[in-house]
Design a protein around this ligand. Structure first.
Ligand SMILES: [Zn+2]
Length: 56
């Protein structure tokens, strides 16, 4: 990922932790728990409410 994209995600108010398998990035608001979610990756349809979750 380009640094500009990384900065854009963080500037957008996201946690933005990279998924360990490079699925995407955590798109939760900045948080202190270990449960990260990429709301935009892993959704099978626009009506799915949650995406890819992982623990760190
Ligand atoms: Zn996160």
């Amino acid at each position: 990922m380009r640094e500009a994209e990384r900065s854009a995600g963080r500037a957008g108010g996201y946690c933005w932790l990279e998924h360990p398998s490079a699925y995407g990035h955590c798109t939760k608001r900045p948080h202190t728990d270990r449960r990260h979610i990429d709301f935009y990756t892993g959704r099978m349809s626009p009506t799915d409410t949650r995406g890819k979750e992982w623990m760190e």
